[in-house]
Design a protein around this ligand. Sequence first.
Ligand SMILES: Cc1cc2nc3c(=O)[nH]c(=O)nc-3n(C[C@H](O)[C@H](O)[C@H](O)COP(=O)(O)O)c2cc1C
Length: 316
Amino acid sequence: MRKSLIVYETQYGTSKKVAEICSLIVGTAKMADINAVPANVDTYDNVIFVFGFYGYNTAKKTKEFIRNNKEKLLSKRVAVIGVGISVRDLDRYAEELFVELGRKSDFTAFVQGELIVNKLTVEDKKVLEKFFEKANIPFKDMGHFKKEDACNVAARCAEVLNKPSLVPSREELMLAINEFVRQHNTCALGTGAGEFVRCTPIEYLYLNDAFYFISEGGFKFKAILQNPNVCIAIYNEYTDMQNLKGLQVSGQAEIIPLYSEEYNEVMKVKGLNLKNLSNMPIVLNLFKAKVSKFEFLNSEFRKNGFDAKQVLVISE
Ligand SMILES: Cc1cc2nc3c(=O)[nH]c(=O)nc-3n(C[C@H](O)[C@H](O)[C@H](O)COP(=O)(O)O)c2cc1C
């Protein structure tokens, strides 16, 4: 797994909050204040810089750090996450970091921070009072930091920075996934709608590139009927870190009409007699999950020179 160092430069703590969220979501990570960055940056594959906007003083120490570590940063993936009131300032402040870096970052994003007048230092208050008076803008609390925005930025950042770099061919990966899916017959099916979440252990049938589930009914349908997005986990019992195997499948659920052609085909493959089924006092429901993405963590990939975690996107 790629390791990330998250370096934040903050005065009022919002960038630190963003860094904490990145550390949790990007994962395999450690965060550091710009004033206490670990000496050994070599350990990390990714570096994420998070900093607040402060006019001419923006990211002063971050820029100095990049200048002093330019060579080491060349071989790493770099993200730049700016925190401020105005998204329009992002391009300018990010560009200043790119100049030090000698190239653009692999990921750049903005998270809205906050400016709370009665939390400002006397000095900052004076500077801003003057600035807003000149611009003829009322000087009051501004910005709204939203955890949700920071989570979304961190997730997008993770997708770019943690993308595997040593990747088998699509065919090879699909073969490995198919083999693993066929070695198992039960998964944990995650469903949810609003506040409601459910995780259901359930037998699956993998047919025509989709996962089919037969069910008498239950609360998973409460979620699926309102939100078709599902996630499936198929995994081996944990033994040690050198033998990890777990597959996460993202997809969309679809309820198959009773006794339709597709329903009948799947029931036949399952060895269920259609006549007996229709004579039963209850119905067996059928739904499928169409796959949009596989994420496969398999220690064996590493033995063949590939990253242990691979991603196969089927449809966007
Ligand atoms: C003196 C001062 C200057 C600022 N300059 C900018 C600016 O140029 N652009 C902007 O969008 N926000 C500006 N802000 C707002 C901060 O970027 C915002 O409060 C941010 O959340 C601070 O991040 P931090 O808590 O990590 O230090 C300024 C705030 C202060 C106090």
